[in-house]
Design a binder for this molecule. Structure first.
Ligand SMILES: Cc1cc2nc3c(=O)[nH]c(=O)nc-3n(C[C@H](O)[C@H](O)[C@H](O)COP(=O)(O)OP(=O)(O)OC[C@H]3O[C@@H](n4cnc5c(N)ncnc54)[C@H](O)[C@@H]3O)c2cc1C
Length: 446
């Protein structure tokens, strides 16, 4: 490697500490030229390359024993266009940093998921999403990006000049190249009012599509041994922030801590789970509306490590999925401490977006790390796959190319672009080989 590149051989592991690797070279670039040099040299030396963001994916997507381009510190704003409402940032910039900068400029991102610490490129690459029937995935807010490709060159992809390539790059798991910067569309700064209420699961499922459209951002969380869910409805408001709104962000954090505690107890005394959960439920959260600036309502601090698995379903299939999961999860362990989160999203046109071509309902299972999740994963996957569910690219799943290809109508379009941009399979690892298969000559796909 050249002397301008900061490199090390330090091991890397993800946030959840469920996967780790020892790259031959781990490079922390300081410029786009550094990224290009790392890619070119890796190609020369016959090593594969994986980009890594903040490691918030639960599976081995970012792992490599070749070259890891670690972008977690490659952050900062390159430009901010207040009039045109766009921001261009380095690929490793966190959503928290972007939101803070936009906030000061009177702007905001229209919709984000629950996590603020991940990098913008990691979020784009895995099909990350928030919730709201009028909102696409996070990557839907991308206006342009710069991509360092296998030959060390840089491609500028935008909605005007290279819409087809951008469409593919918007959800590509680091397999088309290393994203060096991203331009995002913004909206004027806004506040949100969040209301939580308890509802009967069956009532919610009977009127599911109505519920899904009943607020701009809806979600519900459910413990499978209960017959009720906690439904969260969030809408834009002109109201002033609620006094103490900052503390309300921790209500969801506390319910995660609760899930973790219950998980620890469940291993030793499963029958105690409902009582313990009931006791802890009243602590720290509480119903009622609160108002705050948008990004502080969308996201919340998540200190407890867990494992998550999630599938994207056609919106209308969510009630059936939850009915099936109710039976399956109760049979798998009546008191198991899973928390099921349901969110919704608009149809997307990125070929590998889990929301491709259909209004989507996302069904996510959060499992404390103390729970043997592989067994559970197989049981849950069987139900959700049967309904045409597409796994989240950044979460735990066991799907292979054979399972995934039929779920994506433009699979071959993506594979042709991949073959064109990375004919030698420079940006691969065992996991991408499993989920996408090997790179095939362009035009010979399918
Ligand atoms: C606590 C927690 C909360 C979460 N909440 C949500 C949520 O609300 N909604 C949701 O959809 N998901 C959620 N996720 C999943 C998470 O958003 C995604 O896995 C996301 O990829 C993480 O971004 P990252 O920066 O950590 O990327 P990493 O996990 O480091 O990398 C993910 C993928 O992106 C690629 N990549 C990273 N940087 C680049 C780059 N510069 N160029 C090319 N490829 C790159 C990597 O090669 C890899 O394939 C959550 C995860 C956790 C742990």
């Amino acid at each position: 490697m050249t002397s301008t590149l900061r490199e090390s051989t330090a091991a890397w592991s993800n946030w959840a500490r469920t996967v780790r690797c020892e790259p031959r070279y781990r490079i922390a670039p300081r410029s786009e030229e550094d990224i290009a040099a790392a890619v070119a040299l890796s190609a020369e030396r016959g090593l594969t390359v994986r980009a890594a963001g903040s490691g918030h994916s639960f599976n081995p997507l970012a792992l490599t024993d070749g070259v890891m381009v670690d972008l977690s510190r490659y952050s900062g704003v390159e430009s901010l266009d207040r009039e045109g409402r766009t921001i261009t940032v380095r690929a490793g910039t966190s959503l928290a940093e972007i939101s803070a900068v936009l906030d000061r400029a009177g702007l905001a991102l229209a919709n984000i998921g629950t996590l603020a610490e991940q990098t913008v490129a990691g979020a784009i690459s895995t099909g990350n999403h928030g919730t709201g029937l009028k909102h696409g995935t996070f990557a839907d807010q991308v206006e342009a990006l710069r991509l360092v490709t296998a030959n060390g060159g840089v491609r500028e992809l935008s909605r005007d000049g290279s819409a087809e390539l951008l469409r593919c790059a918007r959800t590509s798991m680091g397999t088309l190249g290393v994203i060096s910067s991203v331009t995002l569309r913004c909206v004027p700064r806004f506040r949100l009012a969040a209301t939580e209420r308890t509802e009967r699961l069956d009532t919610l499922l009977e009127g599911f599509e109505e519920w899904a459209g009943s607020a701009e951002h809806v979600s519900c969380s459910w413990s499978p041994w209960k017959d009720t869910v906690c439904s969260r409805l969030v809408n834009a408001t002109e109201d002033a922030p609620t006094p103490g709104a900052g503390r309300r962000r921790y209500a969801t954090t506390l319910s995660e801590v609760r899930c973790g505690l219950v998980g620890l107890v469940a291993g030793a005394a499963p029958a105690a789970v409902p009582r313990l959960d009931g006791f802890l439920s009243g602590r720290g959260s509480g119903p009622g509306a609160h108002v705050d600036v948008s990004h502080k309502v969308f996201t919340f601090p998540q200190p407890v490590k867990f494992v998550a698995l999630e599938h994207a379903l056609a919106l209308g299939d969510v009630p059936e999925a939850l009915r099936r999961l109710r039976g399956t999860l109760r049979r798998a362990g009546r008191y198991s401490p899973y928390s099921v989160l349901v969110r919704v999203g608009a149809s997307d046109d990125a070929p590998l977006s889990p929301a491709y071509g259909r209004a989507t309902g996302y069904v996510n299972l959060t499992v404390p790390r103390s729970v043997p999740f592989l067994e559970l994963l197989r049981v849950v996957e069987r139900e959700l796959r049967d309904l045409g569910g597409r796994p989240h690219w950044g979460k735990a799943h066991t799907a292979t190319e054979q399972v995934l290809a039929p779920l994506y109508p433009e699979w071959d379009v993506f594979q042709d672009v991949r073959a064109d941009l990375d004919p030698q399979g420079l940006f691969t690892n065992d996991f991408t080989a499993r989920v996408l298969g090997p790179v095939r000559p362009a035009g010979k796909v399918g």
